[in-house]
Design a protein around this ligand. Structure first.
Ligand SMILES: Cc1cc2nc3c(=O)[nH]c(=O)nc-3n(C[C@H](O)[C@H](O)[C@H](O)COP(=O)(O)OP(=O)(O)OC[C@H]3O[C@@H](n4cnc5c(N)ncnc54)[C@H](O)[C@@H]3O)c2cc1C
Length: 479
């Protein structure tokens, strides 16, 4: 049927969806499964630090761990506004990709494409080594990512080698990437709509992101890092020999500051328009029985991703749930972050329907959790890095939905930048050049809303970009 997607051609019935969603909790799966945690102390009074890291998501935690490993004995204090990992890090899909930059990077910095790919692979390898060496109990599986074509035009894209710039890593195709025909892809995952795929065998891993938060905090503390929670930073005040990091209850006299505040309002005015918070939605099923799991195939536990202009991600959890999300992105006027934005039964229902179209064998399974979180988008979709206040402050952000691998890389970059040394990382175009800022309201709200409609239209038109979508992509207002 022209003008439709597979999800409209083969929807589940309302009764099946009603039953599947009847008892679903509005709570992020991974955080909900963690044992109860006692909050760490708040910042009270004056403290001093050689390095103060602001933000206790995975970027902040990796930065603290890497800093302590680079320079043992350095006094490092990590300041988190709420609880460690409560934001995007603990709500993510837990798919760690080797990609460090978005699709446009190869066109924008063609000379860096190979280097970016190598550094991305090296970053994932280093993370794998850390998981072993630091005994991180995070349920790590490096099974790669399977990109699945579910529409004939997506298959044609793969077969013709016109790898979709939206979905495939920038640069040349790595040697252990395999093109799969219909039979081969269905031997991996038994989805009746799967027409073909690409398996990036070594370029992605899955893990439990909330357990990674807990484990990195443990390692950081073993290395001497101090961590405070429930201490939102209000201001950064210059001193001749450093920066004061000010909270409601205290002040850190820091020599250097690393900002890892992601989609939250930047503490530096100059970077405030570089990032927008865009909500992404996710669902998890209850743990599947071994028999039910076997009906899906999926023995290799690859991360799965669609090839549409709006695409889903999917993975198996350690306890054999299907964790699924993506496709719908919502930007709210004024870039507001509100818990109320997470409760979207309409979007969660549509996501559930998409999963049941992908795997009709899941009929009868219930969804245990639904949740959402804010992704830090920038206009390049590639992340950005920089320093302020004569190199005393480093910042990183804009990872645009693929931040779990980039979080570690960003820690290395911020430490490189603060050290003042030129490294293979700081020489990259993506690190040296800043993205264009987003326009102010109301223009940005209008553009983001229009972009969502245009992406949806493209998916209904064989993936073709209309002139409007091309224009929005050119200025970074559509992914
Ligand atoms: C639903 C969803 C699914 C995702 N799935 C994936 C995936 O599968 N793979 C992937 O690579 N990426 C994924 N992402 C993106 C990924 O989660 C993020 O890119 C990554 O977690 C960013 O980590 P972070 O530490 O930079 O940010 P966050 O985890 O958002 O942490 C930022 C922290 O800074 C703190 N903070 C902010 N301002 C202040 C302040 N003034 N004072 C003190 N503290 C402050 C916040 O409280 C917060 O804890 C997903 C995101 C979402 C929402």
């Amino acid at each position: 049927m022209p003008g439709t997607t597979v999800f409209e051609r083969y929807p589940p019935s309302d009764a099946v969806l009603d039953a599947a969603l009847a008892d679903t909790r509005l709570a992020p799966l991974w955080l909900d499964l963690l044992p109860a945690r006692r909050p760490r102390p708040e910042l009270v009074g004056d403290a001093t630090a050689d390095l103060c890291v602001v933000g206790g998501g995975l970027t902040g935690l990796w930065t603290a761990v890497l800093a302590a490993q680079r320079e043992p004995g350095r006094r490092i204090l990590l300041v988190e506004g709420k609880r460690l990992g409560w934001a995007a890090s603990g709500r993510s899909g837990g798919i760690v990709d080797s990609r460090l930059a978005g699709a446009h990077a190869a066109q924008r910095w063609p000379d860096d494409a190979a280097e970016l790919q190598c550094l991305g692979r090296a970053n994932l390898d280093a993370m794998e080594l850390d998981v072993g060496a630091l005994r991180l109990d995070v349920d790590w599986h490096r099974s790669g990512e399977l990109l699945v074509a579910a529409e004939p035009h997506q298959l044609a894209q793969l077969r013709g080698g016109q790898r979709s710039p939206d979905t495939i890593s920038a640069g040349t195709v790595l040697p252990d990437t395999a093109l799969l025909d219909t039979a081969q892809v269905r031997a991996e995952i038994d989805s009746p709509g799967a027409l073909g795929g690409t398996w990036r065998r070594r370029d992605a891993a899955t893990l439990d992101p909330a357990r990674l938060v807990i484990e990195l905090a443990r390692v950081a503390q073993d290395l001497g890092v101090e961590i405070v929670e429930n201490s939102p930073v209000r201001a950064l005040i210059d001193r001749p020999d450093g920066v004061d990091v000010v909270t409601a209850g205290g002040r850190v006299r820091a020599s250097y500051v690393a900002l890892a505040t992601s989609a939250f309002p930047s503490l530096l005015r100059r970077t405030r328009l570089l990032t927008l918070p865009v909500y992404e939605y996710a669902l998890a099923t209850e743990p599947l029985s071994r028999r039910r799991m076997a009906t899906l195939g999926w023995e290799q536990r690859q991360a799965l991703r669609g090839l549409g202009r709006r695409s889903h991600w999917m993975r198996r959890s350690g306890d054999d749930r299907v964790v699924f999300g993506g496709y719908f992105s919502q930007y709210h006027y004024g870039g507001r972050l509100r818990a109320a934005h997470e409760d979207r039964p309409d979007l969660h229902r549509e996501l559930a329907a998409h999963l049941l179209t992908t795997f009709p064998q899941l009929e009868g399974v219930r969804f245990s959790h639904r949740w959402a979180g804010a992704v830090d988008r920038d206009t390049r979709g590639s992340g950005h890095y920089g320093t302020a206040r004569e190199g005393r402050i480093a910042y990183a952000g804009g990872f645009s939905g693929v931040g779990l691998g980039t979080a570690r890389f960003a820690g290395e970059v911020m430490l490189d930048l603060m050290s003042g040394q030129r490294t293979e990382r700081t020489a990259l175009g993506v690190v040296r050049e800043k993205p264009a800022p987003f326009p102010p309201e109301p223009a940005v709200f209008a553009a983001m809303t229009t972009a969502q409609r245009a992406l949806d239209r493209a998916d209904h038109r064989g993936g073709a970009h209309g002139p409007l979508l091309r224009a929005l992509r050119a200025v970074g207002l559509a992914p």
